[in-house]
Design a protein around this ligand. Structure first.
Ligand code: FES
Length: 109
């Protein structure tokens, strides 16, 4: 399956991923600037990505904890998600997400 990352400068990278992979690790393996400081504990929001509007409804809904973290993420939008909470499967083939750029941990808190 394929996943696409769109950088802040508009460059697109298309990578091969396996069902069961977590989006955060796929992005990091591709060199995307997602810190993922808390390693999936939903305590940092540095793994924040903005899902393409056309793909957003294909994802399982965010948990309340994830929503709370997203409220604190810099530059969050309606289709924001935490990439550490997204496990890939075949239904997500072609998933496209934007990387919000340099986001400092704990910014604005
Ligand atoms: Fe910290 Fe996702 S890695 S919230």
């Amino acid at each position: 399956m394929l996943v696409r990352f769109v950088r802040i400068d508009g460059s697109i990278s298309q990578v091969e991923a396996e069902p069961g992979d977590r989006l955060l690790e796929v992005a990091q393996a591709d060199g995307q600037p997602l810190e993922g400081t808390c390693e999936g504990q939903m305590a940092c929001s540095t793994c924040h990505v903005i899902v393409d509007a056309a793909d957003f409804d294909r994802l399982p809904r965010a948990s309340e904890d994830e929503e709370d973290m997203l409220d604190l993420a810099a530059g969050a939008s309606r289709t924001s998600r935490l990439s550490c909470q997204i496990w890939l499967d075949d239904t997500l083939d072609g998933l496209t997400v934007r990387i919000p750029g340099e986001v400092r941990n704990m910014q604005g808190r």
